[in-house]
Design a protein around this ligand. Structure first.
Ligand SMILES: *Cc1c(COP(=O)(O)O)cnc(C)c1O
Length: 357
């Protein structure tokens, strides 16, 4: 830390992204990227947009917002686009939390919530997941704070139903409830349509996972227009050009081929269930994932040890050190071939270690 760094950040621990090592080619199953590249027209649109990079992008994201509104069955004024959904989440902390309005989220969830709470210097309360790693909606009644829920949750992959989220919305009429739907397209209920019914709901979405655009950095929030206007005030006060020309063009092309994205999600869900079966055969216990990853532990081998052994053999998965989940690994669903290679490699590791399936 330099002697100039503001004291208010002295305790800040930044988010740690999944590793991206360059020392060898890995089968990368550690950052929940989509197994498939975007539709070919996406690269073409981005390349064409690059010819106009001497000009600022449209700060209103007019065309993209219109296309997105059509795709989702919402109005443009119910949407705001951001540089990845992390950007949107940060705006939500800025807008709806302060020293008097704490943030409330599960003890095991997306690591960025805690980072954003600290970054924005707001108090936060963590509500423990139940023993089976599910969120207990009853614990969020009258939560007295702005609620942040990843649904499905990360890294557990487990989802609440729309009815359970509605119960949380109804019992918190004086608080904003932020539902982070980064993985919702892989088999969970979306709350998008509920933004018309509840004026305290903010749904956060990303193009990174189900729409194969992690490298483009595109996310958005959906809420009633008043909430969106608050968020726009902050966006225009930080960086009104947060979506660059290439990403804007890529996003439009991506939505024009949304059937391609949907088909890929279906393939990934099928691959997920096949991978689940082969890992269960090897003795793994796996949560009920509605995402593009599996959260798995094996009674015969520790989470960190398995992570290390896999890395030695050229496969990256994500291990978290937190006490309650240290025996687990989070495994992104890749292609069918990648998942077969994973099961085979794990089989070898278990056999070499004399571990029974
Ligand atoms: C991946 C992820 C995000 C953010 O992704 P962006 O790439 O910033 O859009 C947000 N929430 C959860 C739970 C995620 O897993």
């Amino acid at each position: 830390m330099s002697r100039f760094f503001s004291e208010k950040y002295a305790e800040l621990e930044p988010y740690v992204p999944g590793e991206q090592p360059k020392d060898q080619q890995y089968i990368k199953l550690n950052t929940n990227e989509n197994a498939f590249p975007p539709h070919p027209s996406v690269a073409k649109a981005a390349a064409e947009a690059a010819a106009s990079l001497h000009l600022y992008p449209d700060p209103e994201c007019g065309e993209l917002r219109k296309k997105l509104a059509e795709t989702l069955g919402l109005k443009a004024e119910e949407l705001m686009l951001t540089n990845g959904s992390d950007d949107m989440l940060n705006f939500a902390f800025m807008a709806f939390c302060d020293e008097h309005i704490q943030a409330v989220f599960p003890d095991i969830t997306y690591g960025f919530y805690q980072v954003f709470a600290k970054l924005n210097q707001v108090p936060y309360r963590e509500i423990p997941l139940k023993e089976d790693l599910t969120v207990d909606p009853a614990e969020y009644r009258n939560a007295a704070g702005t609620i942040f829920l990843a649904n499905p949750n990360a890294p557990t992959g487990i989802a609440l139903s729309r009815e359970q989220i509605e119960e949380i919305l109804q019992t918190n009429p004086y608080n904003v409830v932020v539902v982070d739907e980064a993985y919702v397209d892989f088999g969970a209920d979306s709350c998008l349509k509920l933004v018309r019914k509840y004026d305290n709901l903010l749904v956060v979405r990303t193009f990174s996972k189900s729409r194969s655009l992690a490298g483009g950095r595109l996310g958005f929030g959906a809420a009633n227009p008043e909430i969106i206007r608050d968020l726009e005030t902050l966006r225009y006060s930080t960086n009104p050009y947060n979506i660059d020309r290439m990403t804007m063009a890529a996003g439009i092309a991506c939505l024009e081929h949304d059937d391609y994205n949907r088909k890929n999600c279906e393939t990934i869900m099928k691959t997920r269930e096949a991978a689940r079966r082969s890992l269960e055969k090897l003795g793994f216990e796996i949560t009920d994932s509605r995402t593009n990853f599996l959260f798995a532990r094996h009674p015969g081998i520790g989470g960190e040890k398995l992570y290390r052994k896999l890395k030695e053999k050229g496969i990256l998965v994500r291990h978290f050190g937190a006490e309650r989940i240290r025996e687990y690994n989070r495994i992104t669903i890749g292609t069918e071939e990648q998942m077969e290679a994973l099961a085979e490699t794990i089989g070898t590791i278990l056999r070499d270690g004399g571990i029974q399936a």
